[in-house]
Design a protein around this ligand. Structure first.
Ligand SMILES: [Zn+2]
Ligand SMILES: [Zn+2]
Length: 270
């Protein structure tokens, strides 16, 4: 049975473990493929990203481990590419997850997911306390950056709901999220199912929400399971439940890198 995890972090950015320790944990977790996706360099916020000048070292370590563990696990070179930043080395990676961690404001980009209070302050100060308007600005930015960069995978799509300030049943919210998602799916069909916030006890379901998944299914989305693990024990976290959720929405398959190309695998819930 094939299992892959395509969104993971190491000490090259804000993960707590070395890449090699993550490889050991991935093998122990029964993964067939693992992709490393440390954070791209964001010059306006250096709290958690990988400095640009470390990219050659990052890619070299992936190549070393790929050779050392060949036959035991497949290892891919990815990057969590934050929208709005340059990436001259993009052809050096096997794939890029397009993500957006910021909402544009008159005072510059404000982090969506770093801290609860930081998100609350941005909603209050720049959006008059309206979390739906805040989210709509986020989705506009997400779409613009997806159009600009054309990443391979759409990462943690509905991130603004992370801290619970957004009414996800609001028609205005749903329209903003859906409009952006469907436009993004025209650029790439690969949609990350991200269990990271569940692993960290912040959410009770992966990104994105079911109402988005249902429309994504109708528009040909290809789901990719990702843990967004920042520590070894979170590799493959919640994948069985995520598969069951996908199946309940109507998906029969998921996608992952295997033998160097994106392939489709049946959902088994195992
Ligand atoms: Zn992220
Ligand atoms: Zn991540």
């Amino acid at each position: 049975m094939w299992h892959g995890d395509f969104h993971t972090h190491t000490t090259f950015s804000d993960g707590i473990s070395s890449m090699e320790r993550m490889v050991h944990a991935a093998i122990s977790a029964g993964l067939s493929s693992v992709g490393f996706t440390d954070h791209s360099y964001t010059p306006f916020d250096t709290r958690y990203c990988m400095p640009e000048d470390r990219i050659p070292e990052y890619l070299a370590e992936i190549r070393r481990l790929r050779d050392a563990y060949r036959g035991r696990i497949e290892i891919y070179a990815g990057l969590e590419w934050d929208g709005g930043t340059d990436l001259p080395q993009r052809d050096s990676f096997d794939y890029l997850i397009g993500d957006c961690h910021y909402v544009p404001t008159p005072a510059g980009p404000r982090s969506v997911d770093h801290e609860k209070q930081e998100q609350k302050d941005a909603i209050d100060r720049f959006f008059g306390g309206d979390a739906v308007a805040y989210s709509a600005a986020y989705y506009d930015g997400y779409l613009a950056k997806t159009r600009l960069h054309r990443p391979d995978v759409l990462g943690h799509f509905d991130l603004p709901v992370k801290f619970g300030f957004v009414d996800e049943d609001s028609p205005k919210y749903r329209k903003a999220a859906l409009t952006a998602l469907l436009a993004c799916l025209e650029i790439t069909p690969f949609l990350e199912i991200n269990t990271g916030a569940v692993a960290r006890g912040l959410r009770d379901r992966p990104y994105p929400a079911d109402f988005l998944l249902k429309e994504a299914l109708a528009h040909g989305a290809r789901p990719v399971l990702c843990s967004d693990a920042h520590r070894p024990e979170h590799l493959g976290f919640g994948f069985r439940e995520a598969e069951q959720r996908l199946a309940s929405v109507g998906f029969h398959t998921l996608w992952g890198l295997c033998a160097g190309r994106w392939q489709e695998f049946p959902i088994t819930g195992k």
